[in-house]
Design a protein around this ligand. Structure first.
Ligand code: HEC
Length: 113
């Protein structure tokens, strides 16, 4: 029959080894970020560059694609203003009209106009 004290010591040594190997694994872990594939749709409109600067720092351009394609200009304007007011998007007020113009004509009901 085994000595219970020896068994307990062996168990704690085993636990220590587990913790040590757990740490070793953590050191070699790599973090795979999900691909951030969706870019803003290219456009000659001045709002395109402004949207690239102001609208994809917090989320990808995928968010624009999820908006209703019949969304009119006031919808986009409200969206841009909400980003600024609610989420503190560092937007210059003077850039808002160009960005709204770009969004309405690229993703909204003025597409192709
Ligand atoms: C400071 C960070 C930040 C910036 C900059 C930002 N957004 Fe957002 N945006 C968010 C967050 C957070 C959400 C998610 C909100 C939610 O789930 O309701 C969001 C959601 C959205 C959505 C999805 C619709 C919705 O109601 O959730 C759209 C469209 C959008 N943003 C457009 C824009 C545009 C256009 C700009 C540039 C003018 C912009 N965002 C800049 C933080 C930001």
């Amino acid at each position: 029959m085994r000595n219970p004290l020896t068994t307990a010591m062996a168990a704690s040594a085993f636990a220590a080894a587990l913790i040590a190997s757990g740490n070793a694994r953590a050191v070699t872990k790599t973090i795979a970020l999900p691909p951030d594939g969706v870019q803003l749709t290219a456009s000659p409109l001045p709002g395109y560059a402004k949207a690239q600067t102001n609208c994809v720092a917090c989320h990808s351009a995928e968010y624009m694609l999820y908006q209703p394609p019949n969304a009119a200009r006031p919808y986009w304007e409200a969206m841009v203003k909400r980003m600024k007011a609610v989420f503190k998007a560092p937007l210059d007020d003077s850039d808002i009209p160009d960005i709204v113009d770009y969004l309405a004509r690229t993703y909204g009901n003025e597409k192709g106009k």
